[in-house]
Write a protein that binds this ligand. Sequence first.
Ligand SMILES: [Zn+2]
Length: 84
Amino acid sequence: MSVRVKCPRCKGKAIITNSNDLAKDIKDVFYKELYVQCVEKDGCGARAVFGMEFKHYINPPQTDVVSMARKILEQQEQLNIKGV
Ligand SMILES: [Zn+2]
């Protein structure tokens, strides 16, 4: 993933100098803190921390769709067996 950031104060060029992956072992979660330095020529020179997070899926992972369909079919078969 390639990300460009701007300085929140002067909106000049900024670079990511470091990052912390706070959710690296948690499935379906992504949250990183990005340490940013303003490097704009004649800029403000501020240093700041940005948060970058995963919000939600637009399409769920393919494996989730297949297992969801399988569960629905199993439930349907059980209903048929019970004669409902
Ligand atoms: Zn700046």
